[in-house]
Design a protein around this ligand. Structure first.
Ligand code: JAH
Length: 287
């Protein structure tokens, strides 16, 4: 009979190699902490400097070809990965030059037995480390977005959280993971807004339809809001969805957003469905 410390299956194993092991401690908090406690996931964080041999425990050196910054040494990383990786490892290296991390990739990772994350710092890791590891195991260089961090650690926090919540038994309610806006089979729209009690808060009412109990109307309202929000914030998602799946009402809502957009193009100060900025003088005009 399953109880709270009985795993659903063999727990996934995650190893992280970093020069800042304490940076990964948040992974033992909240949902992930509970998953580890319940043995749905086992996590080990390693200090890369444990694989150095010199008195200075040095992990970096100047780049061939010149240029700013330092590059992480291949010998130290090579030995670390030899020890930490196994027969069934998938190695993940966060880098701004990587393939985009998406919900699809999170789902693929959630099906693996063993993930190893290698956190670079400085200008990154000597490329031969990645090439060498790829002789023995699948290796992904992955980016969580188009910005530069000081190292891969924060990206690992993001990816491990995205993966862990997909593991069987981790979420209280298994429907929550399925219904996410980026779940592979869901319609590729952003989620619309959510509301809870009270009905009126600081002068703002919860939309009447959500209190009507008319489930068909509520579903249509939620879809309209999702379409509008996606058109304004992520028009790229609508283009990749393709018009094939739109019903008549979808097209009305989307035409409406583009019509509003055309008007807005000629009006100063328009916010086009984005949240308007706060009006610090309370709307009083000084002219
Ligand atoms: C920066 C090593 N896609 C976000 C991201 C991921 C990793 C890094 N930067 C941004 C990074 C310096 C060294 C990795």
């Amino acid at each position: 009979m399953p109880d709270e410390v009985t795993p659903y299956a063999d727990p996934m194993r995650i190893d992280v190699v970093t020069i800042f092991p304490e940076y990964l401690q948040p992974l033992r908090t909240a949902l992930l902490g509970k998953a580890i406690e319940r043995e749905l996931l086992s996590l080990a964080v390693h200090d890369l400097r444990d694989w150095t041999h010199d008195v200075h425990r040095s992990v970096d050196s100047a780049p061939y070809g010149g240029g700013p910054g330092m590059v992480m040494k291949p010998q130290v990383w090579g030995e670390a990965l030899d020890d930490v990786c196994g027969e069934r490892t998938r190695l993940i290296v966060p880098t701004p030059a990587g393939e985009p991390f998406t919900q699809r990739l999170a789902q693929a990772y959630a099906e693996q037995e063993h993930l190893v994350f290698a956190c670079g710092r400085y200008e990154g890791i000597d490329q031969r480390v990645i090439t060498d590891a790829a002789r023995r195991m699948p290796v992904d260089e992955v980016s969580i977005g188009d910005y530069v961090l000081a190292g891969g650690e924060a990206a690992v926090l993001v990816m491990v959280e995205a993966v862990a919540r997909l593991l069987p038994g981790v979420l209280g309610n298994p429907a929550s993971a399925r219904d996410d806006s980026f779940a592979s089979d869901a319609s590729p729209l952003l989620e619309g807004p959510s509301y809870t009690r009270p009905e009126v808060w600081r002068g703002q009412e919860v939309p009447q339809v959500l209190r009507s109990g008319d489930h068909a109307k509520i579903a249509r309202f939620n879809r309209d809001e999702a379409l509008r929000r996606t058109a304004v914030r992520r028009p790229d998602l609508l283009r990749s969805a393709g018009a094939a799946g739109w019903d008549r009402r979808d097209r009305e809502v989307l035409d409406d957003v583009s019509a509003a957009d055309d008007v807005a193009d000629s009006v100063a100060g328009d916010t086009r469905g984005r949240t308007p900025p706060c009006d610090s003088d309370g709307g009083v005009c000084d002219t």
